[in-house]
Design a protein around this ligand. Structure first.
Ligand SMILES: NC(=O)c1ccc[n+]([C@@H]2O[C@H](COP(=O)([O-])OP(=O)(O)OC[C@H]3O[C@@H](n4cnc5c(N)ncnc54)[C@H](OP(=O)(O)O)[C@@H]3O)[C@@H](O)[C@H]2O)c1
Length: 252
């Protein structure tokens, strides 16, 4: 089938977009989906970093850089327009881009809740929550044209508010509560879209060695990416409105 850009689209071609994919877990998700024969739009806010990551992954498959700061409505609209022209549908949207308070202002330790400000909260929520809403709204028409659209929101065990999450480990109120909100957003979309082929789930990667934690994590990006890849390629009987870490469904 020829698309608006004249590109041939075999019915077997599946298309994915991964945000924040120039490094870390997002890059590993992009690589894993390319290995599974998806055409992957590797989205990154920095053109040099994004182009370079996409070029490295092109030895695996069809990986294309797409400029995308998820906090920019103009960037998101332009990305959706480009995919509409290239393929006119999207099979997997992986909302992976994420930040913490430490991306906002320098601190030599993870902040306690009382050390975080409303500005910290707003900064973190812009990327981890509001941008996901922006992405879903922009890409939903393309996902609805897929026979099996999948939305995967990369979340964290820290988003749980029970004993698995907020009560254990290092407390960052802004980060953890942003993932709690993201999990809730995931369920709301899943519920509304339950009568469509689309499935919406959260993927918690575990503690992964990336820039996010100065590489203190104990898992590789590939290990962290596996659950997102699985949820992006779920069959028709797969779950919707859930959060998984590996094969374990997490409590809210
Ligand atoms: N690492 C862990 O242990 C762990 C655990 C649980 C959940 N997670 C989640 O996993 C996801 C990926 O984290 P990671 O560990 O791979 O961290 P990372 O290596 O720091 O990668 C974060 C990515 O998000 C991008 N990003 C940040 N703000 C953005 C924006 N406004 N627009 C577009 N991209 C933006 C970054 O781009 P730049 O390179 O341009 O900054 C980078 O590509 C996040 O959602 C994080 O919350 C990580």
């Amino acid at each position: 089938m020829a698309t608006a850009s004249g590109e041939d689209r075999s019915p077997a071609t599946r298309v994915a977009l991964v945000t924040g994919a120039n490094k870390g877990i997002g890059r590993a998700i992009a690589a894993g989906l390319a290995e599974r024969n998806f055409t992957v739009y590797l989205a990154a806010r920095d053109a040099a970093r994004g182009e370079s990551a996409a070029a490295e992954l092109r030895s695996i498959g069809d990986v294309r850089f797409i400029p995308l700061d998820v906090t920019s409505q103009a960037d998101v609209d332009a990305a959706a327009k480009r995919l509409d022209g290239d393929f006119s549908q999207l099979d997997a949207l992986v909302d992976n881009a994420g930040v913490s308070t430490l991306n906002h202002r320098p601190l030599d330790h993870l902040p306690k809740p009382t050390e975080e400000t409303a500005d910290d909260m707003r900064f973190v929520y812009e990327v981890n929550v509001f941008a996901v809403v922006r992405m879903v709204n922009a890409f939903l028409p393309l996902l609805l044209r897929s026979p099996a659209g999948r939305i995967v929101n990369v979340t964290s065990k820290r988003g749980s508010i029970g004993e698995e999450g907020a009560w254990v480990g290092q407390p960052s109120m802004a980060y953890s509560s942003s993932k709690t909100a993201l999990n809730a957003v995931t369920v709301h979309y899943a519920r509304e879209l339950a009568d469509t082929p689309i499935k919406v789930n959260g993927a918690a990667p575990g503690f992964v060695a990336t820039d996010f934690n100065n590489f203190r994590g104990t898992r590789t990006p590939e290990q962290g990416a596996a659950v997102a890849i699985r949820l992006a390629t779920l069959g028709p009987d797969g779950p919707t409105g859930t959060v998984f870490e590996d094969d374990t469904r997490l409590a809210w």
